[in-house]
Design a protein around this ligand. Structure first.
Ligand code: CA
Length: 356
């Protein structure tokens, strides 16, 4: 008796292994392909159902189907992109006219060969085209290539958050606020126009920015550009008087580079009192043709003149206080004069101006 014709001959074992192998290959495909048979024939978009598999994430599924995480969340009423579970049925829109690319099958091509050519999985190609029999593609068939030629797949779903559009919002303003781009927001929300957002609309903001807990942050106005550096003018001819009304002979005369002093309880110089003194500063400065805002911060009183015109009038006793006045000036030289007095206690003055 031939030893290979027995009950456990190698031939029989090989055929058993082959059968098991074929079943192993066929069964998962049959299981995976099953969900696509329950297609929903909506008038505008073609939907398919996908059953979440171990290891899936929304971004993976979105990439596989050439859609976005936010579109999947919206279609399935998901509030948290991280919260999907194995066995969950997800509704996925396929077959949009906006399919990123079509491929026309030529003789001899296979589904797996076409998928490999475009760098996508056979499964996603089959799903995108509602193909249940992987061996059945035909010459001339037009296949949607999902996810091909689109921007990079969405980042991890955790890198983002929902934002509700409020009155006055713009896409670029929202993008600026959260350190992303208007384009990124448009891509994440399937927006076609940068100008079309609506109050109350929910937008997925794809960024690493972590919003504070609780409701969406209140929109904050874009801060104005930084003010130009303050001009302090000078040099200043300074006359110091030991009285509060700039009268008589000056107790001290000097040149001050700028009017920016904080004498505290002290005095400007050995010749000047700590209290009850006054100062007259004069300088000629060059200006552009513009309106200028002059500002003083003084303890106590101050008056500021440009070419004899009173611009700041604050001849009062008070702690250091900001006062401002504006004047339109022609291009060229103008004389600025500052009069100041100190009553008692602390003494300080700071004068500067800026083009409006
Ligand atoms: Ca004072």
């Amino acid at each position: 008796m031939d030893k290979f014709t027995g009950r456990f001959s190698p031939y029989r074992l090989i055929s058993v292994f082959l059968l098991v192998g074929i079943l192993a290959l066929v069964l998962p495909n049959a299981v995976l392909a099953a969900p696509s048979s329950t297609a929903d024939n909506a008038p505008h978009a073609h939907y398919t159902w996908y059953v979440v598999q171990p290891g899936d994430s929304l971004s993976k599924i979105a990439w596989r189907y050439g859609t976005t995480v936010s579109a999947l969340m919206l279609a399935n009423g998901l509030a948290n992109a991280n919260h999907i579970y194995v066995g969950q049925r997800l509704k996925i829109a396929t077959g949009y006219s906006s399919c990123p690319r079509y491929h026309t099958v030529v003789y001899g091509e296979t589904l797996s060969g076409i998928a490999a050519w475009y760098g996508i999985s056979t499964y996603s190609l089959a799903q995108a085209n509602s193909i249940t029999n992987y061996n059945h593609v035909y010459s001339g068939q037009s296949l949607c290539i999902p996810g091909w030629g689109e921007p990079a797949p969405a980042p991890a779903p955790s890198a983002g958050f929902w934002y509700v559009v409020t009155y006055g919002d713009t896409l670029s303003g929202i993008a600026w606020r959260y350190g992303t781009s208007a384009y990124a927001i448009m891509a994440a929300n399937n927006l076609t126009s940068i100008n079309r957002i609506l109050v109350g609309q929910k937008l997925w903001i794809p960024s690493g920015y972590a919003p504070p807990p609780g409701p969406a942050p209140k929109p904050t106005p874009v801060p104005p550009p930084p003010a130009p550096a303050a001009i302090t003018g000078g040099p200043w001819t300074a006359l110091y008087f030991n009285n509060k009304d700039l009268s008589g002979t000056p107790a001290d005369t000097r040149v001050d580079g700028k009017i920016h002093f904080d004498w505290g309880m002290g005095s400007p110089s050995g010749a000047v009192n700590s209290d009850g003194f006054s100062v007259l500063w004069t300088s000629i400065n060059t200006f552009e043709a513009a309106t200028y805002q002059f500002t003083s911060t003084a303890d106590d009183g101050v008056r500021l003149y440009v070419d004899g015109t009173l611009v700041i009038d604050d001849w009062n006793v008070h702690p250091a206080t900001d006062k401002s006045g504006e004047i339109a000036l022609s291009a060229g030289s103008h004389t600025v004069q500052v009069r100041y007095f100190e009553d008692t206690g602390m003494a300080s003055i700071f004068v500067r101006w800026a083009k409006k």
